[in-house]
Design a protein around this ligand. Sequence first.
Ligand SMILES: *Cc1c(COP(=O)(O)O)cnc(C)c1O
Length: 402
Amino acid sequence: MKRTVLDEVAENFQRVDEISELNTLKILSAMRRLKVSDAHFKTSTGYAYGDIGREKLDELFAEIFFAQAALVRTQFVSGTHALATALFGILRPGDELVSLTGAPYDTLQTVIGHAHESRGSLKEFGVDYRELPLVDGKVDLPAIKNFITPKTRLALIQRSRGYSMRKPLTTADIEKICAAVKAVNPNCVTFVDNCYGEFVETREPVEVGADLAAGSLIKNIGGGLAPTGGYIVGKRELVELASYRLTAPGIGNELGASLGTPRLLYQGLFIAPHVTAQALKGAIFAAGIFSKLGYKTSPLPTEIRGDIIQAIELKSAERLIKFCRAIQSFSPVDSFAAPEPWDMPGYADQVIMAAGTFVQGASIELSADAPIREPFAVYLQGGLTFEHAAIGILAAAQTLAD
Ligand SMILES: *Cc1c(COP(=O)(O)O)cnc(C)c1O
């Protein structure tokens, strides 16, 4: 079955390789133009005034994203933290925030505070919120005209599917959505949750009209080497507002020690297109194997992809748990652990996670997770090497067959 699947998806693999080549060239060109050097890898301590490695990395991210500015920091504890920092940095009491991609990712719901009560949320600070429901899993483009008002300060657009069966957005979709928002209210900030989307295509959100984008360094863009962190890229004024929320008003991006080794962030970025390609091949392979076994997969094996996630509907909690345990047991780290559903901070349903990863919870490494709820879809992603992804996926398929 492995051979047949690989033959059927050969063209998709080729497309993934071509995208990886173009993104590698983009990053290499930026590194050459900005003269990245060994001096930028030195660690800094304390306030870290004038840390040239920190400044150069911001410049590099800005260049790669065609953005005016970037804030790339290990002081962001996660992607959610980077996204929340941007939201709290920009929004003021009385402002309206909207989501154009239906309900946002689980952890952002706690940040927003409208679906569930949560202390410290934007709601407590007097930020209003509305969301535009998806229609057949797609953004309701024609409805944007009447949904955005002169009062709407920020429109959140989630590129990846998150824990849902809807399709991820392509950058072409993001381009249309941003244009539709700006046509009604040019002052409304278009902000893309870029998690899992980086380097899946050759263009990124700011390039196609988004004002701002943010994500996690322990997903695609850290290349599996970044030990922790997040980033925000976009319009200078907006990145600056976010920096005042990350540190303090007046301090912004000028402080922040690199501690560990900044080299890992540079080197991780450099290999990120290749690692993303490995993960994409794993996802495509999983879709091929599991659709042959009769499961509903999204995307389908040969569909064009907008993120690295592969959803597979397993139809029962029992199969979900089995699948995740198989992925865990074929992991290089903590292979002997058996994942259990648990009440993860920031999530409303119980969640099961298989992540036998070198960097804790890094989902650019082979990992599988799922909220325990209908339709019992498992979300599989990552794989530093396609070889490992294929081994894990075949093991999971074998376990379900037994
Ligand atoms: C991963 C992710 C986030 C942020 O999650 P963290 O675990 O906090 O990094 C936000 N949105 C989407 C769509 C994601 O996939």
